[in-house]
Design a binder for this molecule. Sequence first.
Ligand code: F6P
Length: 341
Amino acid sequence: MRIGILTGGGDCPGLNAVIRAVVRKGVTEHGDEIVGFRDGWRGVLDGDAVPVDLAAVRGLLPRGGTVLGTSRTNPYSVEGGPERVRETLGRLGIDALVPIGGEDTLGVATRLAGTGVRLVGVPKTIDNDLDATDYTFGFDTAVGVAMEAIDRLHTTGDSHHRTLVVEVMGRHAGWIALHAGMAGGASVVLIPEHPFDVDGVVAHCLHRFESGFSPIVVVSEGATSRDGDLVFSTGEKDAFGHVRLGGIGPALAALIEERTGRESRAVVLGHVQRGGTPSPFDRVLATRFGLAAVDAVHAGETGVMVALRGTDIVRVPLSAATAQLKLVPPERYAEAEVFFG
Ligand code: F6P
């Protein structure tokens, strides 16, 4: 078979491990030819493709980013986009496509599958907000980076008797903040699913100072205050209509300094969370997803996504994965709240 592969949306540690697994299994077990599209759906629209053989994937397992490149191109926001996608796939003789992506890339895949394009999706996002899979690869690495930052900030914060506010990624879902905050012993964790009360945050910070230690506040970029006064976006939108976020951390730090009377600083982790080498968990999950995607293609499946359920890799309808985001449930946030202050 000729299998097309692409990586779309924000990059994420583990993308190369999926590409490697698809090529290794497809070529050696089935004699497949793998065709890589450059920069996500942009490469399919423009017919920008390269052969990906065994030699091309040597050494890829530990490499962060994606050797195929990525973009947030949306074929459905381009005139004649879906037709151009079908034309490219037909011209290059692609039998099935393996798009690796999050809600946007796989949202496009869901719509294309509905029009007869044969494809099997692979879930990725550091945000871990894709539904129908317990975890996406990239998340564990991002949490590890954020946790290490929090560990380091504890010692410098305690030495200077100041509050440190750590802004992490997460537009709509607070999974990174929740896990990094719990793992790093944060004094407060603020997530988009649970609008926060500034008085409560200040009270937790003061309580932490009273114990002889300094507070660490972990805040998702998409968190908002209950009164609606603290909402941050640049106003710019991408092809999928998402506004670019950022700025809640420094704003909150200024407010905490004013209200506690103690110095407060902000650290914005940003793309550091997405870069670099994947964790062992992400390498294994990404590899297993890649192998399972090849199995699904050869089983004649289409319109499905490979997913982690418990410790098993299963196939789920793409529509189930992209219909809504997987948000942090209140009971999970309540677990973190036990350690606030
Ligand atoms: O979707 C993954 C993600 O890292 C989000 O957490 C974040 O809001 C966004 O991508 C940032 O996108 P960009 O790479 O365009 O800055």
